[in-house]
Design a protein around this ligand. Structure first.
Ligand code: UDP
Ligand code: MG
Length: 333
């Protein structure tokens, strides 16, 4: 077996004798794929001698997947089944998996066999180069219909522009993360596709590699066109978070300040006209502008202050520091 060689090459990645990998896969009505998936993952893991756990999250399946998964979990080493109460959606299911994962590296992939577990060693090699997140790129994507591919192309472009993280393919579930990075990120909505962007906000180093993609053999896709809109809404949230999360006052406050300063300058001019030159100013549009500028300015300024307070509560309530340390190096014992 080539395995031990592979493992020594990954020396930057794994601390010795600890759980190395947690594979996380969300499952909703995938009864036919499930046994193949588990067998395939176990095979790849064993070929490479990884110390791993496989976490399958049953997201409220109704086709018997739940029972099958429970049964398999009792018979299979390294398999942990998490059964959710109802169908929450792919992101919450993945989140449940991440929170239960104990490995040093966490891998996510779809349960429908469209992602290939064979790509896991490639993702790890890339991570080992010093990245915190490596994302798969379905270079030869096997989802046929145009209604899938066109919105996805557009969404990828838009997400790249807005988040500043340029990847080809955000929607690919096959990704590898260092666990400490994932611990810093909270998932909502359809946010799992924005994990690279969230990771970037948290200061993570991100890479992308081409991975294989297979057509769906069993069952059906759980999504249609409506997902595009939910993704767009989430994109707005991310944009907002990236811009305003740490310093709302910088954004709102500066506009407020500009507005107030303009108002004061123009207002002084009008005051001078009125009292210095004794002119009537009551019917001047400029007077209305001054009033609007002053009111808007004060509003924006207070909004910034409020935002600032909210953000502080947000960070403090979660015990989130405003920085992230990558490493501490010292000889102090
Ligand atoms: N999934 C889930 N909960 C849902 C919808 C989907 O856990 O409510 C899982 C599904 O079983 C699959 C993955 O998320 O493992 C991706 O779903 P799907 O293959 O339908 O998405 P597509 O590949 O068509 O984008
Ligand atoms: Mg799929």
């Amino acid at each position: 077996m080539l395995t031990s060689e592979n493992q020594t090459n990954l020396s930057n990645l794994f601390k010795p004798d600890q759980l190395q990998l947690s594979i996380v896969t969300p499952i909703y009505n995938e009864i036919e794929s499930l046994p193949h998936l588990i067998a395939k993952i176990n095979q790849i893991m064993e070929e490479n001698n990884y110390i791993y756990e496989l976490i399958c999250i049953d997201d409220g399946s109704t086709d018997g997947t739940t029972e099958l998964l429970k049964k398999l979990a009792l018979e299979t080493d390294n398999l942990k089944a998490i059964i959710l109460r109802r169908n929450y959606g792919q992101t919450p299911a993945m989140s449940a998996g991440f929170q239960n994962a104990k490995g040093q590296i966490i891998i996510s992939l779809d349960a429908d066999l469209q992602n290939d577990p064979q790509d896991i060693p490639l993702l790890l090699e890339k991570l080992n180069e010093g990245y915190d997140l490596v994302s798969g790129w379905r270079k030869n994507r096997q989802d046929n219909t145009l209604t899938r591919l066109i919105p996805s192309k557009l969404a990828n472009l838009l997400i790249g522009e807005v988040t500043g993280v340029k990847l080809h393919d955000y929607g690919c579930s096959l990704k590898a993360y260092r666990s400490e990075l994932l611990a810093d990120m909270n998932l909502y909505g359809e946010l799992h596709r924005f994990l690279p962007a969230l990771a970037f906000i948290e200061g993570g180093k991100i890479a992308e590699i081409p991975v294989s993609h297979h057509p769906r053999k069993f069952g059906q896709s759980k999504y249609g066109l409506s997902r595009t809109f939910r993704v767009l809404m989430d994109l707005l949230t991310i944009w907002f978070m990236k811009k305003f999360l740490t310093r709302p006052m910088h954004v709102f406050g500066s506009f407020g300040l500009i507005s107030i300063i303009l108002g004061v300058i123009l207002g002084s001019y009008l005051t001078f006209l009125k009292f210095g030159l004794n002119k009537s100013i009551g019917d001047r549009p400029l007077l209305i502008l001054v009033v609007i500028l002053l009111i808007t300015g004060v509003q924006l300024f207070s909004f910034g202050l409020l935002g600032e307070l909210l953000m502080r509560t947000y960070h403090e309530s979660q015990g989130r520091p405003i920085y992230r340390v990558r490493d501490i190096i010292t000889r102090i014992k």
